[in-house]
Design a protein around this ligand. Structure first.
Ligand code: SF4
Length: 675
């Protein structure tokens, strides 16, 4: 397949493609190009989920494409790490230099001293887990556990349901009760909003569980604002209530196992005790329990906000178990909704396992700071970063920074723009964006698969991941260089069912069950015995306090405030956060501010033993007392002192899945003027 975009894009044209960024929706895009430049990005109207509109973030994507931070050519560091001064080199020089360094490390220390580091910055099937995986597997580098997000919820869903597909957007209108638990679609996954509105118009009740009074919480019939990290007791109290008020024993016997063990753990949590722990009103919690018990179809949308703490895996498991105990499956609009990333049966193993994964060292990405500063046997000598900006997104930011400053660390950053991490690179490689390369976009809210087409020629000398990694592999004697289109055809050819032909011919593939499967009618648990395992032994053994075991709040007298860092409407994780103009403000309840003598716009220090963030404060009655908030994905320039919330986040791991505990940061706040 040859690229024909030059002819298509000259003059004026609108090209249909899709958004592969790390967002549930995977919008269809209509991108208008004039004389080879993107002039407008809009939502396509053929996609019933996109409905002709997209988020403001991607509407601005051309500011990243052509902005002053765009990486235009390969470059090598001049001066100190972090200064951000580089000089241009050719692709050949850059790749030769990297290949030589990789060979030298392999021949002296061993290839495990090389740590590839990537995440969902470019979330399509082609830009990760293809030629990059082949290269690093064959070379024998350290492996990365990519668990910064969705690992605890994923572990819970896998353990209980074998990752059964969930309810999709179109079926929300059938629900009589919708519970949004730890999720704010107004900031991430905006295309759920019209479906919620339609469901409300048809009489659905809405319950929102969030420590902030979000716009949806304001409209809800019931809003619970638990202290971060206490979703587990809240969910277990619901289970106890459901068990006490009668459950569908036939369904439990036929379709589940482990209900007694779950019941035993839930029995510890009365409504009163859970409400006290979560610092919410017991009467409101009981009302919620009764609303859930008595409503059908009832739908729980389990978000990722509730997983980002020490109890996150068990909390997700308890929330996902609710429809089983409450008898909510088997009707359209009933059950749970979380990630549908596996609903099409696509597994990267289909193409990655040509080169099996070696049993080299596995590094949890949330421990990057530790890995760079403490790991020996072997010490990390080379960090290869792509699709990711770890200095902005990983916990324990100061330790990550300390590691990146190491003179004896050789860092490659392959990126679209000069990120915070890129400033510490030894070699910079310019990457294409999804408007310049082919990809395959898989949504994880709706169930869709779409072809991402390049709508313009690469800006500057940017190159696509698939080509660069195969080119580097060829230099290292591992396989042959491959054109991006050949990688596309190879991957597409290994998709399950008939997805490939339809995808390549029409640009999208038809999902099974019309994209709206009913749980326990169309789809069933994918566990070995096809039953819901409400108490998987492996999860129980893996969690420090056992499955559904509660671990106490890490707050202290010195650091009493819980700091959260929820998704914002300004960036997709840290992607596009470079476009923020103003300093981010710490959101704080007026009662907490008053106790500290603070007023809106006062400069403050937010601190704990790990670090300090300096920024303005904004008094906001929409956040619960005792909790403060900074946006997720901030770049260092968005605060006064170059630290973001992650400087205050411990690198401890969640109870299940090895996830990040972003919401376990406990802090104090004081006026900057006083210190
Ligand atoms: S980030 Fe999400 S909402 Fe925005 S265009 Fe991409 S898929 Fe659509």
């Amino acid at each position: 397949m040859a690229r024909t975009i030059a002819a298509e894009s000259w003059g004026h044209s609108t090209v249909r493609t899709a958004c592969p960024l790390d967002c549930r929706d995977a919008c269809t895009l209509d991108v208008t190009v004039e004389k080879g430049r993107v002039v407008k990005i809009d939502g396509g109207d053929v996609n019933p989920v996109t409905r002709g509109y997209i988020c403001a973030k991607v509407r601005r994507f051309s500011e990243r494409l052509y902005g002053e931070d765009r990486l235009l050519y390969p470059a090598i560091r001049k001066g100190q790490k972090g200064q951000g001064t580089f000089s241009r080199i050719s692709w050949q020089e850059a790749l030769d230099h990297i290949a030589e360094r990789m060979e030298h490390i392999r021949d002296t220390t061993g290839a495990e001293a090389i740590l590839p580091f990537c995440y969902g910055g470019s979330n399509g099937l082609l830009t990760q887990d293809t030629n990059d995986a082949t290269l690093f597997r064959a070379f024998g580098t350290s492996r990365l556990a990519r668990t910064v997000c969705a690992a605890p919820t994923g572990a819970a869903n896998l353990g209980l349901y074998g990752k059964m597909a969930g309810v999709t957007y179109a079926d929300y209108v059938h629900a009589k009760l919708i519970v949004l638990w730890g999720v704010n679609p107004a900031a991430s996954g905006i295309h759920l909003i019209p479906y919620l509105r339609d469901a409300r118009r048809l009489g659905a009740k809405l319950v929102v569980i969030d420590p902030r009074t979000t716009s949806l919480a304001r409209q809800a019939d019931l809003h619970l604002a638990p202290r971060p990290g206490t979703d587990l007791p809240v969910a277990l109290a619901l289970h106890r209530y459901l068990f006490e008020h009668g459950v569908d024993e036939r369904f439990l016997a036929e379709h589940t196992k482990g209900a007694d063990a779950l019941r035993a753990r839930a029995n510890e949590w009365t409504i009163e005790r859970a409400a006290q722990q979560a610092d919410i009103d017991a009467g409101a919690l009981e009302r919620f329990a009764e609303m859930y018990r008595s409503s059908s179809p009832a739908l729980v949308r389990c978000g990722w906000g509730l997983e980002r703490n020490r109890n996150g895996g068990s909390a997700a498991a308890a929330v996902l178990a609710l429809p089983a105990i409450g008898g909510k499956f088997g009707v359209r609009g009933g059950g749970f909704s979380m990630s549908n990333s596996t609903a099409l049966g696509i597994k990267a193993d289909a193409w990655m396992n040509d080169t099996p994964e070696p049993r080299t060292r596995l590094v949890n990405m949330n421990h990057l700071g530790r890995a760079l500063t403490e790991y020996t046997d072997p010490r990390v000598e080379m960090l290869f970063v792509y699709n990711c900006n770890p200095l902005a997104t990983m916990p324990d930011q100061n330790r990550v920074l300390e590691g990146l400053k190491r003179d004896d660390l050789f860092t490659v950053v392959y990126e679209q723009v000069v990120t915070d991490t890129a400033r510490y690179a030894d070699v910079l490689l310019p990457a294409t964006t999804f408007l310049e390369n082919y990809d395959i976009a898989k949504s994880y809210g709706p169930i869709t698969l779409q072809l991402v087409r390049p709508v313009i020629e690469p800006v500057g000398e940017a190159r696509a991941n698939a080509e660069v990694f195969s080119d580097l592999a060829a230099r290292l004697g591992i396989g042959e260089a491959e054109e991006e289109t050949d990688t596309l055809l190879r991957i597409a050819g290994r998709l399950p069912q008939n997805l490939s032909a339809e995808l390549l011919e029409t640009g999208s593939a038809t999902p099974p069950f019309g994209g709206t499967p009913i749980q326990f009618v169309d789809v069933f648990p994918l566990t070995p015995d096809r039953k819901i395992d409400l108490f998987p032994a492996a999860l129980d053994a893996g969690a420090p306090a056992g499955l559904y075991g509660y671990q106490a709040d890490p707050a202290s007298d010195k650091y009493p405030l819980a700091l959260i860092s929820p998704a914002s409407e300004k960036s997709v994780s840290s992607t596009l956060a470079e476009l923020r103009q103003r300093s981010a403000a710490l959101q704080m309840h007026p009662s907490d501010a008053q106790a500290r003598g603070l007023a809106t716009d006062d400069p403050v220090r937010v601190f704990n033993d790990r670090g300090e963030v300096q920024c303005p404060v904004a008094l906001n009655a929409d956040i619960r007392p005792g909790t403060v908030s900074l946006p997720k994905g901030l770049w260092r320039k968005s605060t006064y002192n170059g630290s973001t919330s992650n400087a205050l986040v411990p690198d401890t791991l969640t109870d299940l899945g090895g996830g990040a505990c972003f919401n376990d940061a406990r802090v104090q706040v004081a006026s900057l003027g006083k210190h």
